[in-house]
Structure formats: structure tokens, C-alpha cells
Design a protein. Structure first.
Length: 395
């Protein structure tokens, strides 16, 4: 492998796949500059944990509460993460709600298959562990939106919303589809798809093919309700026979919910996270929530009371569905927040693995949208980052 001549790499997105790529690059011997560009407040993406400087005990895994490994061969990065104390086996109990209110312990969707893990001390420790494996020789830029891309004099150039130059690198990696997918125009009102506009001058048939297939990838959205209960109100939730409740198709249609996770906090409080169904989220795509980093960066219009409407609807559904198991599921006095994932889950078939590396354009893709083992899950994100790192280091 020609590891010393690879040069600088800019990675857009510090989710699981982007962080896995950085870790695997270092483990394979790449010593060149690596920069990570992330719109969120820190690494993690959908494997993030909400924390608060004013409330040190607060810890809410608002996206993925766990991850599973289904293949016989583990990702290469799994054992270093376990040995480093960044992740641990998930100790919870999964149940499935079928139809109106039929509970089946031990049954779930694809998330419950294989071996289950979680971040030790929060799901964000998964990506923090990956970046620890990457060492200190990388630059992380959080709270930064990359809006425009350009190829000039053999370098990829990354620009912010005001066309200010953020970075130049010899290689570019996209660890999500946002800058390559037409949905960016619909969601943000952009007149162009950033990578497609940049690719017009490259005449790379492989990249053009990849962009065509990426444009056809459909995704499911989620509107997530985050609830924090005081110790007294949270105790009945802590005593439930399950910590993750998955809804089958009939239950999702009935309740407008897809998943509920119960997350006890160290100080006796209890966090409850309710993920909406895709159908519910699709009806409220323009409601970002007041904590949306991207909405603030782009100065998108305020929700004008619609956030309260969505929170109220999700609260009512959560209270109603839990009534058979809780005598007082009233959440009216609890702290509640809304978080929306515009593209939470990609739908098959995804981008074929043979198109993730475009050597002519010095560009690569990684993420759970890559077809293969673990598609649509953290396992797929891990494996795609590892795979792309190997291909980069073979140059």
C-alpha cells in the first residue's frame, strides 16, 4: 500500500462512518492530514447523545439507542472499541407492540438481531472511541455547514454558506448523501445539489453513475420526542419489563410511533425517547425543532407554534400507548423537546459498494446508505468506513 503518498483528506460528516474511516485510515498507517466537517455540536450523527453543561446528569440517546452486529465476522474496529472501554454489550430487554396493544417480549425488528452493543456512558462514546483510535492528528470542525464544493487545480475546495473557503484537500469523502442528493434542494431551498454541480467539470463517468443512483435513494424521516421525568414520575417507567419497545407495521399505523426507549439517568430521573413513524414525520417535515443546528445555520423560518403541535401529538400518542402498563402516564409536567431526522433511514437497494470509490475524482462515499451487510444500520456505517479506508490506502 502507498500510504505516505495519499495526501490530505476532508471528510464531511462526523457520524459513525466518517469517524470509522478516520480510525481505520490511521490503523492502516495513513499519516496525512484528515479534517472532519460536521454541522452538529459534536461527533455521532444519529448515534449522538444529548447532554447539557447546565445539567451534568442529563444524557439522552435521542437517535440510535444501541447497535447490532449480524455478520459472523465482526467489523475490524469492534474489538478495539470494546478493549478501550468505549462500548459494551447492551443489557436491555426488547419488546414488540403488535397491533393495538399486544406485547411480545424478545421480539423486534432488524435492530434486535445478532449481538447488541451500546456506547459505554452514552451512544456518543461510539464515535468518540473511533476518534480516539484515530489519534490526535486530525482536525475536527463542529457546528460547521459545508454548503458548496468545487474542484480546482487538483484540490477539493469546501465552502461555507457565504462562500467562504473552509478547506482544501486532495481527497474528499462524503459520509452522508445530503450534499449529493436532490432532497437538499427541497429541504433547504438550495438551487443546486452541491456535489452534482462540482462534478459537472470532472467528466468522471463513475462519479456521474454514483450520483444518479444516490439521487434515487429514498429515505424515511423521524420526528423524535424527548421526555425527561423526575425521579417520582420516572420510577414506573424504570420498572417496565422492557427498555426498548418496537412497533410492528399495524401498531405504527395505529399509534404513529415506531419505537420507544426507556433510559434511566444516574440521578434517578428517567429519559423517554419516542420515535415517530415515517408517515407521521413525513407530514411534519417542515418542523425542525428549536434545537436544530442546521435550521439555525441556514436561518430557516421559525416553526411558528407548529413544534408545540407536533410535541402535543406525539405526547398524546405516547401516553395512550403506554396506558395499559402505566397507571399514570401523564407527561404534561415533564420537560419535552422535539428533534427531527430528515433522512433517518435509507431504503434499499442503496449505493453499490463498487461505486464508493471514484479514484479519477479523488472522491469516496461511506455511510449506512452503502449496499451490503448492515445496510441502514450502524453496522453498515462501520463496515463502509473500513472498506473505503482500505481502498484509499491502496492508492
Amino acid at each position: 500500500m502507498s500510504r505516505l503518498g495519499l495526501g490530505s483528506i476532508a471528510v464531511i460528516g462526523a457520524g459513525v462512518s466518517g469517524c470509522a474511516l478516520a480510525a481505520q485510515l490511521r490503523l492502516l498507517g495513513h499519516q496525512g492530514p484528515i479534517s472532519l466537517w460536521e454541522t452538529g455540536r459534536g461527533p455521532g450523527g444519529r448515534a449522538s447523545t444529548r447532554r447539557s453543561r447546565q445539567d451534568p446528569a442529563l444524557r439522552i440517546d435521542h437517535g440510535a439507542p444501541l447497535f447490532n452486529i449480524t455478520a459472523e465476522t465482526d467489523p475490524h474496529l469492534l474489538q478495539p472499541l470494546l478493549s478501550g472501554g468505549w462500548i459494551e454489550p447492551w443489557p436491555g430487554v426488547i419488546a414488540q407492540l403488535q397491533g393495538e396493544s399486544s406485547l411480545r417480549l424478545g421480539q423486534s425488528d432488524a435492530m434486535g438481531l445478532g449481538t447488541l452493543y451500546r456506547g459505554l456512558g452514552g451512544m456518543d462514546h461510539l464515535c468518540q472511541g473511533l476518534l480516539s483510535l484515530a489519534g490526535k492528528a486530525f482536525e475536527a470542525h463542529y457546528g460547521t455547514l459545508v454548503r458548496f464544493l468545487a474542484w480546482h487545480d487538483g484540490l477539493w475546495q469546501l465552502y461555507g454558506p457565504d462562500r467562504q473557503l473552509l478547506c482544501q484537500a486532495q481527497w474528499l469523502v462524503l459520509s452522508s448523501t445530503l450534499l449529493a442528493h436532490p432532497r437538499s434542494r427541497m429541504i433547504f431551498g438550495w438551487h443546486d445539489v452541491p456535489l452534482k454541480e462540482a462534478a459537472a467539470a470532472l467528466a468522471d463517468l463513475q462519479l456521474d453513475h454514483a450520483l444518479t443512483l444516490i439521487a434515487g435513494i429514498r429515505t424515511e424521516a423521524r420526528s423524535n420526542l424527548l421526555v425527561v421525568l423526575d425521579p417520582a414520575a420516572g420510577q414506573p417507567w424504570r420498572e417496565l419489563p422492557f427498555s426498548l419497545l418496537h412497533f410492528d407495521a399495524a401498531a405504527q399505523q395505529r399509534w404513529g410511533l415506531q419505537q420507544i426507549t426507556i433510559q434511566p439517568l444516574a440521578d434517578g430521573r428517567c429519559a423517554v425517547v419516542a420515535h415517530s413513524s415515517h408517515a407521521f414525520a413525513a407530514d411534519h417535515l417542515d418542523v425542525y425543532g428549536t434545537h436544530s443546528a442546521v435550521a439555525k445555520m441556514l436561518q430557516l423560518p421559525p416553526d411558528e407554534g407548529r413544534q408545540e403541535t407536533v410535541i402535543a401529538a406525539l405526547t398524546a400518542a405516547l401516553e395512550a400507548v403506554m396506558a395499559p402498563w402505566l397507571s399514570r402516564p401523564d407527561l404534561g409536567s415533564s420537560e419535552r423537546q422535539l428533534m427531527r431526522w430528515g433522512a433517518a433511514f435509507p431504503l434499499a437497494p442503496g449505493l453499490p459498494a463498487e461505486l464508493i470509490f471514484c479514484a479519477q475524482s479523488r472522491l469516496g462515499f461511506c455511510g449506512d446508505f452503502i449496499a451490503g451487510v448492515g445496510f441502514g444500520r450502524i453496522e453498515g456505517a462501520l463496515r463502509s468506513g473500513e472498506n473505503l479506508a482500505r481502498q484509499l490506502c491502496s492508492q
